[in-house]
Design a protein. Structure first.
Length: 353
């Protein structure tokens, strides 16, 4: 929304806003919406949010909004004009190989375009959202990776999302580097908590509650509350060091333990069947292939099943030490995720009967 298209009252409010000095890309996503709200609650008035579409709740917060894409140079130039700090959260989460080209374009080319425009404009700091999956994934779960762990390229290259995020980190470090510039990379694990309107992160919990998960994967996951991650991003803007990565996680659990906790919270029986990883992945690929041949939507996601055979554990001691990262109890996060999904996707009280 621009001043020209706003109504009289809103136009007056827009004209009274202070000139924005902080830009947030992807501010309408799961993490971005929490970050924007936290900044506004803290009293920030100098915020500009760029997104491909602008929801009413964002306009009502009183921040400056800009409808645009980081893939368009003209949009990016308008977005960074007069900006000092950037939170770069725009991205796409998908396990589909068909989306690989789009994810590479958005994560790598879009990030490079944003960083180059920011550098030309004199932006001082960029805090960028990546993922723990560019560092913290192992086959056996024996070691718990930290930021010094060598990128497991032989593993993550199998999935377009993680491969594109790896290249994104490289592109950002190459494009936004020089005297007086600071780039901080944040690597959160699976984001859980309330407010995931697009089910970009919490679908695994929803699938459990909808009884769509019939077997226990052999691997393990790490997760973190989206609100704690947003606070860590804010602290990174203040204290994060240039060129450094920060892993964020609150729990490293096997899927068996994760589903067991969900069973206690939801009173829905957890799956008991544990398939050998090779059988699970091969079976999922076969079913998916058949459904694709029949031009029908597949009931399984082979990529998700394959990923769940690995261990996505991480050590977040660096974020705790340098960013004062103190995640809440993971049980609280799971409880509030369940409540949100039940109320918004599963019919609330009707679902409990």
């Amino acid at each position: 929304m621009t001043t020209a298209t706003a109504g009289p009252k809103r136009r007056a409010a827009i004209e009274k806003r202070p000139r924005a000095s902080t830009l947030i890309t992807g501010g309408t996503g799961f993490l971005g919406s929490h970050l924007v709200r936290q900044l506004v609650d803290e009293g920030a008035k100098d915020i500009r949010v760029m997104a491909t579409s602008i929801p009413d709740w964002l306009v009502d917060l009183g921040v400056e909004t800009l409808e645009g894409s980081i893939m368009q140079s003209a949009d990016v130039a308008r977005a960074v004009a007069g900006i000092r700090d950037v939170y770069h959260l725009a991205g796409r989460v998908s396990r589909e190989r068909d989306d690989s080209r789009q994810m590479y374009a958005l994560h790598v080319e879009g990030t490079r375009l944003l960083c180059e425009a920011a550098k030309a404009e004199g932006v001082k700091s960029i805090v960028m959202a990546s993922t723990s999956g560019t560092i913290a994934v192992t086959q056996d779960g024996e070691g718990i990776p930290d930021e010094t762990y060598p990128p497991p390229l032989d593993i993550i290259s199998r999935w377009p999302y993680y491969a594109s995020k790896t290249y994104q980190e490289v592109a950002a470090l190459q494009s936004f580097n020089g005297k007086g510039m600071r780039l901080v990379i944040m690597n959160p694990s699976l984001l859980l908590g309330p407010g995931d309107e697009r089910l970009s992160s919490t679908k695994v919990v929803l699938d459990f509650m909808a009884r769509k998960i019939n077997a226990v994967p052999g691997g393990g996951l790490s997760f973190v509350d989206v609100r704690d991650a947003a606070r860590a991003f804010r602290m990174a803007m203040k204290k994060g060091r240039h060129g450094e990565r920060y892993l964020l996680g609150a729990a490293n659990w096997t899927f068996d333990k994760f589903f067991g906790r969900l069973e206690r919270l939801t009173k829905i029986a957890a799956p008991k069947l544990a398939l050998p990883s090779r059988v699970a992945v091969t079976g999922a690929k076969l079913v998916d292939s058949l459904f694709r041949q029949w031009h029908m939507a597949s009931p399984v996601e082979p990529g998700a099943i394959e990923m769940a055979q690995y261990y996505w554990y991480l050590n977040c001691a660096k974020a705790s030490r340098e960013l004062n990262f103190k995640p809440r109890d993971p049980g609280e996060t799971l409880q509030e995720t369940v409540v949100y999904l039940r109320e918004n996707f599963l019919g609330g009280d009707a679902f409990r009967k």
